[in-house]
Design a protein around this ligand. Structure first.
Ligand SMILES: NC(=O)c1ccc[n+]([C@@H]2O[C@H](COP(=O)([O-])OP(=O)(O)OC[C@H]3O[C@@H](n4cnc5c(N)ncnc54)[C@H](OP(=O)(O)O)[C@@H]3O)[C@@H](O)[C@H]2O)c1
Length: 166
């Protein structure tokens, strides 16, 4: 990505992995980074690394398996900035056993589909102000995936990796 200096960028799942590495790279190159995830310790450590390199970063904790926490996160972001240049929906997890979000939605679907949709739509006014972009990080799908699209919220039969690959 060229010329990201002075852009304001939110990356979900930026307390570790791809998200943290991207946040540190963008932060070093002059972007204002909004770091989010559940781990305060890892989030603050990413912020410290960006600041050490002379960049700007803030950590906002949120569990994306809760629609209420997503709304609180959006309110917090609104209080910090009037616009957002890039939202990267990167947070992800593989649930080998069936789990549900706080709102009773199967966790893979909640984290990888419902949360990015909720965040993107609630942050749309901030993104629109800067003609911003939304990037969704996904996983390559294996051949012949089986998924019942009528049974996304609370599947009767749960196959962890089959869900993850969607
Ligand atoms: N690793 C791979 O081989 C691979 C391949 C293809 C695609 N991907 C996709 O790439 C993305 C990043 O993968 P990664 O390997 O870098 O993952 P990772 O190191 O496990 O990091 C996942 C990030 O998501 C956050 N996260 C997980 N559950 C969350 C929740 N309920 N609420 C808020 N944040 C949550 C974690 O933060 P906290 O722990 O602080 O909450 C962490 O920052 C994921 O979407 C993954 O599906 C990964």
């Amino acid at each position: 990505m060229e010329n990201i200096a002075d852009k304001t960028i939110l990356i979900t799942g930026s307390t570790s992995g791809f998200g943290a590495a991207s946040a540190i790279d963008f932060g070093r190159r002059g972007a204002r980074m909004l770091i989010t995830g559940r781990s305060h310790e890892r989030g603050e450590s990413v912020v410290a690394e960006i600041k050490k390199a002379g960049g700007k970063a803030e950590f906002i904790a949120a569990n994306l398996l809760s629609l209420k926490e997503i709304s609180i996160l959006v309110d917090d972001i609104r209080s910090r900035t009037e616009y957002l240049d890039i939202l990267i929906n990167n947070a992800g997890d593989a649930f080998l056993r069936k789990r549900k979000s706080v709102d009773g939605i199967e966790a893979t679907f909640a984290l990888h589909a419902v949360a990015p949709f909720a965040l993107s739509s609630q942050l749309h006014p901030l993104l629109a102000r800067s003609r911003g972009r939304v990037v969704n990080v996904v996983t390559r799908m294996p051949p012949n995936p089986r998924l019942d699209v009528d049974d996304l919220v609370n599947p009767r039969i749960y196959r962890g990796f089959n869900r993850y690959y969607h």
